[in-house]
Design a protein around this ligand. Structure first.
Ligand code: AMP
Ligand code: MG
Length: 425
């Protein structure tokens, strides 16, 4: 586990400092910087598996039984002992008993036993013939081909062996995992506590829903995009509303937020305008790194610490807020939540349906609309409205077209990387 380290300690480490240029930080470098300060929460709780979907396992989990815990039939049919079959088929055997799943055998197991899926294989029998493969006549079955040993038998422990580690610490619980835990008789597990994320919007012009909109004002959309983004990450979200561009009020709200959360996110106020106070306030109450990331949209980005709390200052333009959240905050929250390894967002190759103008030297996350052609290849059109204030095009798009730093203009039919919105959680 990493030790606590202050921003100033890190900046003064010579191996990093020669790379540190806040005026032209690449996306990857900024991510690496932030990652230096992140360590998973060490607080854990025990919860019922019914509540464990998408929670992060905090200890390795071992099976204490075999699944299945008995050899059983994979088919409705007849259990037989292949060792008593002599010569070439057809073979005939007398049905001497019947066995339903969960029941004890009625009759003897010396020849053939009528058996249902899931019923235990009687001692001495070693194959099951599906009922479709036999002819039944007056209590005698006839079949042509000798089965292999253990055919249509699910063996004890073939799913999970007793003593096997089924989940390592750091595993994110998916629906099938809940079933798997239940198959082992495990009803409660130890997970990491949910990460608490407090957030607020800043700006004198920003109006909360439910209030009238005067000239020059805009409704607060960022907070609602964030509510959605945070829901997908399954954190405990703490909504602190809209805060005016007032240093004292912002400072008080930041302090309050950092007292109750692991992460504080603000939107707006990180540019170089006259009412952009976040940098100054963070310097006073915590530590801050402030970057002009070489990316579009979303150039200004702040990361800092207020005590133990991580701070992300995202740009206020609604699309920039979302892009910087997806590219920086998402991964940071996953790391803090204890998940290991952090799943890499897949980049998929897609063919451009129209050209793109691009200057090398920065990473662009253009909004795109992809479709998968019937021959299987992905095709993508850049949305025509790429302004960082145009949230509608984010809503109409279904992926980012990721144009890497050294990429220049692209022609129709050239190949690009896309990141599906659906894969970003
Ligand atoms: P700022 O980053 O504060 O300079 O804001 C950049 C642009 O984003 C301005 O046009 C703001 O009005 C707009 N903006 C900032 N915060 C929000 C918000 N919460 N909802 C909608 N638009 C916003
Ligand atoms: Mg502002």
């Amino acid at each position: 586990m990493k030790k606590d380290i202050s921003l100033s300690d890190l900046i003064s480490e010579s191996n990093i400092v020669h790379d540190y240029d806040p005026n032209a930080m690449s996306v990857e470098k900024a991510k690496t910087w932030i990652a230096n300060f992140l360590k998973p929460s060490d607080q854990q709780e025990i919860i019922h598996i019914k509540d464990a979907l998408h929670r992060i396992v905090a200890e390795s989990i071992k099976a204490s039984i075999n699944v299945p815990n008995h050899d059983n039939s994979a088919m409705d049919g007849y259990a037989i002992n292949i060792n008593i079959l002599n010569g070439d088929g057809p073979f005939s055997l007398k049905v001497t008993g019947k066995l339903l799943a969960g029941n004890q055998l009625e009759g003897n197991a010396n020849e053939a036993v009528r058996i249902m899926t899931g019923a235990s294989i009687p001692f001495g029998l070693n194959a099951v013939i599906p009922q479709e493969h036999v002819e039944l006549n007056e209590g005698v079955i006839t079949f042509k081909i000798k089965p292999h040993i253990n055919q249509n038998i699910r063996r004890l422990g073939e799913d999970i062996k007793s003593g096997q580690v089924v989940f390592q610490s750091g595993r994110k619980i998916e629906p099938c995992d809940l079933g798997l835990l239940a198959s082992l008789g495990i009803d409660s597990i130890k997970v990491y506590r949910k990460i608490k994320v407090a957030f607020f919007s800043t700006g004198d012009e920003i109006v909360s829903l439910g209030n009238p909109l005067s000239a020059g004002q805009v409704f607060d959309s960022n907070r609602y995009s964030l509510i959605g983004l945070l829901k997908r990450l399954d954190v405990e979200a703490i909504d602190l509303g809209v805060i005016p561009d007032n240093k004292k009020v912002i400072e008080d709200t930041l302090k309050k937020a950092s007292d109750m959360a692991d992460v504080v996110i603000t939107t707006g106020g990180v540019s170089v305008g006259e009412a952009d106070y976040m940098k100054e306030i963070l310097k006073k109450i915590g530590e801050i790194l402030f970057w002009k990331i070489s990316m579009k949209p979303g150039r200004p980005l702040a990361y800092g610490k207020i005590g133990h709390c991580h701070y992300f200052g995202l740009p206020g333009n609604p699309v920039s807020t979302m892009v910087t959240f997806y590219q920086f905050v998402r991964e940071a929250i996953l790391t803090l939540s204890g998940q290991t390894p952090i799943p890499k967002t897949p980049l998929i190759r897609a063919q451009l349906l129209s050209p793109i103008k691009k200057v090398p030297g920065r990473t662009e996350f253009q909004r795109g609309i992809y479709e998968q052609g019937h021959e299987g290849t992905f095709k993508v059109s850049p949305h025509k409205d790429q302004g960082s204030g145009i949230l509608r095009s984010m809503s109409e798009a279904n992926c980012f077209i990721v144009l890497h730093e050294d990429t220049a203009n692209l022609e129709k039919d050239m190949w690009v990387d896309i990141q599906l919105f659906d894969s970003l959680f």
